[in-house]
Design a binder for this molecule. Structure first.
Ligand code: BT5
Length: 326
């Protein structure tokens, strides 16, 4: 952890109380002058830290920016996800940045955020709107050692984790639309894009890209999305702290990733089904150039959607676009 992250962790741990410069300097093994210089730097980034000659330093508030040291300090210890966090002001797509890291052999668990993306993407090269400072646009590098077909489990687990994190921060009741949408009030508020590099029977790496519309206003969405997309702020009626949500999502992702790798997918699937608007509905799914119609019955053991067609066959669908018939 960097010095800034350690200072923020120590100040947060003191809660309403203060920590003296001497304590910090001893705890971190640097001079008091170095501590002071780091605190000044954090203040210039927008952190409100009170300094009193007698009591020391007291944490008051953090700015609504994503700052890697701050995210690491809040996240605490996780098993895999968030071992390292990087934040970019702007990038083409955070999935591109993580792909480069993956090719360079970086270990799984690194998370890359961007305040804005110039070429954020959805599935099949669709565009993902990612305005600056309003959402969470990030990607996670995973090396799950699963068969490529089983990677849907990771997408399913990400959706359950994302749903729980949003619910716990906002009190909203997000729903999951197979395979990768999080809806609030019937409109899309978050999406997941899983990209992978695989050999025949093994995933080399997977990149989990997550976009959450946190504090966007109607005007931040292009006109053609206003009918189908929404933000957590619009639904909750108040602006939400992005860093806090980011940390909650990473903690929940870490927990669900461990559940999947530990053979607990059935449990994840149950939770997913309990919150999924797709199960039980009559649907059309476009998958490649095929249109399949039927009733969504459940998830298979490896995360595919099982669809009962009008002829009574059970079809296993691993990817596609859903539209509801009734
Ligand atoms: C998705 O694709 O929903 C996956 C979105 C993943 C975005 C993240 S952001 C971080 C990482 N880096 C990236 O470049 N991508 C990931 P799909 O199911 O194909 O949905 C795409 C469709 O959602 C578009 O065609 C629009 O209709 C709609 N859309 C675009 N931007 C949106 C937004 N900000 N909020 C809600 N809907 C949006």
């Amino acid at each position: 952890m960097s010095l800034d992250a350690q200072i923020l962790t120590a100040l947060r741990a003191a809660g309403e109380g203060s920590v003296s410069g001497a304590e910090l300097s001893q705890q971190l093994g640097v001079s008091r002058a170095a501590v002071w210089a780091r605190i000044e730097d954090l203040r210039s980034l927008g952190y409100e830290i009170e300094a009193s000659p007698h009591l020391g330093y007291r944490f008051l508030s953090a700015p609504d920016v994503l700052h890697a040291d701050d995210l690491l300090s809040r996240l605490g210890r996780t098993q895999v996800i968030g071992r390292d966090i990087q934040v970019f002001e702007s990038t083409t797509s955070t999935n591109d940045v993580v792909e480069k890291l993956a090719r360079d052999g970086v270990k799984e668990g690194v998370v890359v955020f961007a305040e804005s993306q110039t070429r954020g993407r959805g599935r099949l090269g669709r565009k993902w709107t990612s305005p600056a400072g309003k959402g969470l646009w990030f990607s996670v590098l995973l090396r799950p050692g699963l068969r490529p077909q089983a990677l849907t489990q990771v997408t399913v687990a990400s959706a359950t984790a994302l749903r729980r994190a949003i619910e716990s921060l906002t009190g909203l009741k997000p729903e999951i639309k197979w395979p990768n949408d999080i809806l609030v009030g019937g409109k899309k508020a978050a999406g997941i894009l899983t990209e992978l590099s695989a050999e025949l029977d093994r995933v080399k790496y997977a990149i989990l890209g997550i976009g959450v519309d946190v504090n966007l206003t109607v005007g931040d969405f292009p006109a053609d999305l206003r009918r189908i997309a929404t933000s957590l702020k619009a639904e909750a009626g108040r602006a939400l702290p992005r860093a806090e949500l980011a940390v909650l999502i990473l903690q929940e992702l870490d927990a669900d990733y461990a559940r999947v790798l530990g053979g607990g997918f059935a449990e994840v699937a149950d939770e997913w089904e309990a919150h999924c608007t797709t199960i039980g509905r009559q649907l059309s799914i476009r998958t490649g150039d095929r249109l399949v119609q039927g009733r969504a019955e459940s998830l298979s053991e490896d995360g595919a959607l099982l669809l009962r067609t009008e002829h009574g066959h059970l079809e296993r669908i691993v990817a596609g676009d859903v539209s509801f018939e009734k």
